[in-house]
Design a protein around this ligand. Structure first.
Ligand SMILES: [Zn+2]
Length: 270
């Protein structure tokens, strides 16, 4: 395997119906980290289609407690806990997030899952609270967790240092805040939301929803001197042409490589 591969389980925004909500698996020789889990049981289908068993995940990182990111985590916890209860999963599973998102996940799990399943939480499914600026190690990946300074819902992105020393930054699902520059500038890879095309801004109204466009993301990538830009968390009205259109628009303002993956696409981080 290459030093790192992203398996995009979902690439859409909260209300998409033609693809899954944005979440992905970041896998290296020594780690398989799920980042967010989308809005529900569909995460299990996406994992299955990607050939990834929940058992094989090392950890889950949650950015924030909105429905399209956290509810799928309830299903991941359930699937793993049931395997643990049945003696089919011999290890532990680690969930990383800030205090608010862990509280939400814990509460929903306790309200909606069987007691046998929730008994694994705290025993073999371990929640780890991270604070702004904390570094955690997941296998051979170092994650620096940082507050993206959302004005809607507390949200943490991360800067991953990969086994080959490349830096990959995930900004979650909201626009970049200048306060985060030190964590993002010069990254090899930037994962950034693009709600829609700039040319379609009057239709989708990204700015009212505190989101950005492919053109904005391209400008940002250029300003921050990143090498590769990956766009996700988009609308889903024209998925067959999304890759071409979004790539072209971001490239108007950015001379590096632009990736606009489809659901289940694998992106080699090189
Ligand atoms: Zn979202």
């Amino acid at each position: 395997m290459n030093a790192c591969e992203l398996v995009m389980l979902g690439t859409g925004n909260a209300l998409v119906t033609r693809c899954y909500n944005t979440c992905f698996v970041m896998q290296t020789p020594g780690a398989r980290l799920l980042v967010d889990a989308g809005g529900g049981n569909g995460v299990l289908r996406q994992l299955e289609l990607a050939g990834i068993t929940p058992d094989s995940l090392s950890a889950l990182y949650l950015t924030h407690a909105h429905t399209d990111h956290v509810l799928g985590a309830v299903w991941v916890v359930r699937a793993i806990a049931q395997r643990m209860c049945a003696g089919q999963h011999g290890g532990t599973f680690h969930v990383y997030g800030h205090d608010c998102v862990l509280h939400v996940l814990d509460t929903i799990c306790r309200l909606t899952l069987p007691a046998k399943v929730t008994s694994c939480i705290g025993e073999r499914i371990l929640f780890h609270e991270v604070k702004d600026g904390d570094c955690v190690h997941i296998g051979d990946v170092e994650l620096l967790c940082f507050d993206i300074r959302s004005n809607k819902e507390k949200q943490f992105g991360f800067r991953a240092t990969l086994p080959d020393s490349r830096m990959l930054v995930c900004l979650g699902d909201e626009p970049y805040n200048e306060a985060c520059r030190a964590h993002v500038e010069g990254a090899d890879w930037l994962l950034c939301e693009a709600f829609c095309l700039y040319r379609d801004r009057d239709t989708f109204k990204p700015y009212e929803k505190h989101h950005s466009t492919a053109l904005d993301a391209g400008r940002l990538a250029g300003l921050l001197g990143v090498k590769n830009l990956l766009l996700y968390h988009t609308e889903d009205t024209d998925l067959p042409h999304r890759k071409t259109l979004y790539t072209a628009e971001a490239a108007q303002a950015f001379s590096g490589c632009v990736f606009v993956p489809d659901d289940l696409e694998r992106v080699e981080v090189s």
